[in-house]
Design a protein around this ligand. Sequence first.
Ligand SMILES: Nc1ncnc2c1ncn2[C@@H]1O[C@H](COP(=O)(O)OP(=O)(O)O)[C@@H](O)[C@H]1O
Ligand SMILES: [Mg+2]
Length: 283
Amino acid sequence: MLLLHWQQYKSDKLNFITCLTFKAGLFSMAEELLKLQNIYKNFGNVKVLKDVNIKINKGEVVALIGDNGAGKSTLIKVITGVHSPNSGKVFFKEKEVQIKSVAQSRKMGIEAVYQERALCDQQELYRNIFAGREITNSFGFLDIKKQRKEAEKILRDYIGFTSKAITVDSQVMGLSGGEKQGVAFGRSLYFNSDLIVLDEPTMGLSIQETEKVLNFVKGLKNENKSAIFIDHNIIHVYGAADRFIILDRGEVVGEFNKEDISREELVQKMIQLHESGKIKVED
Ligand SMILES: Nc1ncnc2c1ncn2[C@@H]1O[C@H](COP(=O)(O)OP(=O)(O)O)[C@@H](O)[C@H]1O
Ligand SMILES: [Mg+2]
């Protein structure tokens, strides 16, 4: 009897260890790309981000959702170096970093695709593509010829522009919303960015253009790239993201993996939050 117990204990222990090892294996598969720890951001007296803790793994698409004014854009501006947090830590590829400018975040492998201001309107395409990552020659001078040549490659090979009307010297101003997004995506592919940040990328786009954007976001996973994106349309969000982070008045109030929540439940949570100012996270 005692022996039986012992054997049972041994087998349980083994199971326990196997289980632990398996779980550890699973955890190591989810490789962390970006971590924000205890981030606070104030504008004057207004506390816009309050103790925000989020993580984005490699190969993961995360949607940031919440009402207008919740702090979504501010949060991603902290990630892209537009704003510096008042306090808190940022880790990229498990190293603590201080992202002080957009140029710096780009160099690190973070590419922002904003609906507004993604591209500087009165600039030629080739300049825009290399803004902050200019190609220089061995004397340290701008190599315009090479930039134009590479931009040509990006337009044709990465973005697939076939229109003769768009050249590397075209002004960004003349492009449609979808084409502007295309340029930003091409840029992120060319520079092999690890994290793509998209703030309302489908706003003002046609249905076809919207589909292209969402397919681009979904496709990033296959390349082990990550994305964090904001979109008002919960149908877009649900289709494209693996995880949803809900922000309310500067705080993370809920976080769900897609496999744990249906689209309808997610919609319900947002309605609940909107009506009562609270979210029931436990179910
Ligand atoms: N540069 C700024 N200066 C002052 N207040 C700002 C600035 N940017 C955003 N805010 C304020 O921070 C809050 C959150 O804004 P934002 O991050 O744009 O929200 P969301 O993107 O979720 O709609 C709002 O109250 C907004 O007015
Ligand atoms: Mg916003």
